[in-house]
Design a protein. Structure first.
Length: 327
């Protein structure tokens, strides 16, 4: 498998066997790291991390993975770079491409990361846009494989806002890997028709079932995985909390939902999560609407079925596989 020089912008650009390869490679890198075996596979190269939105996991995963691979790492946030205000995306990409061997970008529009990739001349990795979050999906699939021993044929249910980055990317990833995907939510939050049609085409090849269901009991029956994400994403206005709570509270992941799924079903979340009042927003919204958890209850989040911190760790191993393969 040769992925040298490739960008990692969305899973739609990758074949099933390429995605499998990245997950398998991450598994090897993870076991090497646990055994204390060094893998400075990219020594002498440099990467830049360009963030227009905040991050804990993605930034740290790129930094630690980069250092483990022997890379020099620069972190740039919007306030400390010229991009946007004084310099165009095209010019910024051309400058960074002259200095660095790879570029990570987190921001708003998928068009921006595609544009950076067009002009940089070096591999570009998508660290989240409004449309897609592809490195997260690799970590999620590695976690499912570790927990359930397989991907193909797994019944995967996504609850909540299914038309933003997480819902979109998980639907694409499931279609590619033969995982049965159900978006269980209010129909206002189903992904766009065009993306659904693309996924249905892919699913014909892989055998995945792609379904949309508003009835929680029906959707979560026989689920192996219940996945959710926050209801108001980065870049969205705080004003929409009220509407989201009204629309999505019926799709909260709680004990009743988990009990309706398979006995050994796992709970997944990309994080950060609102599962208690221990955050500024969690406290403010919790007090206003008299809720202790939003998209997931604290009980489920902390239960033995929850694998959210395994997912978080796997961000690092899978991002390392992406960088080592493409650089
Ligand atoms: N899951 C994820 O992307 O987390 P961060 O926003 O902390 O990077
Ligand atoms: N949908 C969330 C994902 C965070 C990792 C957001 O975009 O804020």
């Amino acid at each position: 498998m040769n992925l040298k020089g490739r960008n990692f912008l969305k899973l739609l650009d990758f074949k099933t066997e390429e995605i499998s390869y990245l997950i398998d490679f991450a598994k090897i890198l993870k076991s090497e790291k646990k055994a204390g075996i060094k893998h400075k596979l990219c020594e002498g190269k440099n990467i830049v991390l360009l963030f227009e939105k905040t991050s804990t996991r993605t930034r740290c995963a790129f930094e630690v993975a980069g250092k483990d691979l022997g890379l020099g790492v620069t972190y740039l946030e919007p306030t400390t770079s010229q991009m946007g205000d004084k310099e165009s995306i095209e010019d910024t990409a051309k400058v960074l491409g002259r200095m660095y061997d790879g570029i990570e970008y987190r921001g708003f529009s998928q068009d921006t990361v595609e544009k950076i990739a067009k002009y940089a001349g070096v591999p570009v990795w998508n660290g989240l846009t409004d449309e897609f979050h592809p490195t997260q999906i690799l970590a999620d699939f590695l976690t499912i494989q570790e927990q359930l021993g397989k991907l193909k044929g797994v019944n995967f249910v996504y609850m909540g806002d299914a038309r933003f980055n997480m819902g979109n990317s998980l639907m694409v990833g499931c279609a590619k890997m033969g995982i049965n995907f159900t978006a269980c939510t209010n129909k206002k939050y189903f992904p766009k028709k065009e993306l659904i049609d693309t996924c249905l085409e892919i699913a014909k090849e892989t055998g995945a079932k792609i379904c949309f269901e508003e009835d929680v009991e029906k959707a979560t029956k026989n689920a192996d995985v219940i996945y959710t994400d926050i209801w108001v994403s980065m870049g969205e206005s705080k004003e929409i909390w009220q509407e989201r709570i009204k629309d999505l509270l019926p799709y909260q992941v709680n004990k009743k939902v988990m009990d309706n799924a398979k006995k050994d079903a796992i709970f997944m979340h990309c994080l950060p999560a609102f599962h208690d009042r221990e955050t500024t927003i969690g406290k403010e919204i919790g007090e206003k609407y008299n809720l202790n958890g939003l998209e997931v209850t604290d009980e489920v989040f902390r239960s033995s079925q929850s694998v959210v911190f395994e997912q978080a760790e796997n961000r690092m191993h899978t991002i390392k596989a992406v960088m080592a393969s493409t650089l």
